[in-house]
Design a protein around this ligand. Structure first.
Ligand code: ITT
Ligand code: NA
Length: 225
């Protein structure tokens, strides 16, 4: 079965190819609804991507959730990268910690990357409801970081709406001065276990990343299908 990875971001596709043999990229800028959680964006996007591709399709909505900024930029990460840029976003995150200065932390701006993959092929599939609580969805519960999740979009109950299967992954880290040349987006300022994502190659990043976890959960499920 052909599977289209609908995205404008070639960096995402490079990472996905490690998990999915059958995937081919389709460069299409689907509508990103404004919503406080990635799941809603991915669910709407997957429906539109499937309608556009006319083949089974996945989309991937991701974001950087900075703890001292109460999860910002989160679902608005793309806009913030385009406007502030990566370097200034990092400075704002670290300034927020310094500003807080409650003496409890050593001025570390903790953060998480989160990724939600939405899959739609227009057919119904058995729902595997495993509702993710709303706080976690907003990325504030960083303890949920080490598991990939599978859920079915809430709207599946509404008649006439194509079901979307959702796969989530998250990774904890901290915001640092930019280091490294690899990856894309906010990778240079996101450090995990002493190494920034931009200092890792795709294999190393996938082994720990939000996208790697979501892709692994999706690939398991898709192989069964
Ligand atoms: P598509 O929506 O077309 O897939 P996009 O780059 O706009 O591509 P998102 O809306 O999901 O994708 O991206 C949100 C922002 O987060 C964007 O600025 C990305 O560069 C950034 N981002 C997403 N995943 C990332 C990752 O693994 N490492 C670094 N930055 C990432
Ligand atoms: Na986008």
């Amino acid at each position: 079965m052909t599977l289209r990875y609908v995205t404008t971001n070639p960096g995402k596709v490079r990472e996905a190819e490690e998990y999915l043999d059958a995937v081919t990229a389709l460069d299409y800028d689907y509508t990103e609804v404004q919503a406080p959680d990635l799941e809603t964006v991915a669910a709407h996007g997957a429906r539109e991507a499937f309608a556009h591709a006319d083949e089974p399709a996945i989309v991937d909505d991701a974001g950087l959730f900075v703890e001292p900024l109460d999860g910002f930029p989160g679902p608005y990460s793309s806009y913030v990268e385009d406007t502030l840029g990566v370097g200034l976003t990092g400075q704002v995150a670290r300034a927020a910690v310094a500003d807080r200065d409650d003496g409890e932390d050593d001025a570390v701006a903790r953060a998480a990357f989160r990724c939600v993959i939405g899959y739609c092929d227009g057919e119904d599939f058995a729902a595997t409801p495993d509702p993710v609580d709303r706080g976690e969805r907003r990325g504030q519960d960083l303890s949920a970081a080490d598991r990939g999740t599978a859920t079915t979009d809430d709207q599946v109950a509404d008649e006439g709406v194509a079901p979307v299967k959702l796969f989530g992954g998250a990774v904890p880290g901290r915001i640092v001065d930019p280091r490294g040349e690899g990856g894309f987006g906010f990778d240079p300022i996101f450090e995990h276990d002493g190494t920034t994502f931009a200092e890792m190659d795709a294999t190393e990043k996938n082994a720990v990343s939000h996208r790697g976890r979501a892709l692994a959960a999706f690939a398991d499920w898709f192989a069964e299908r």
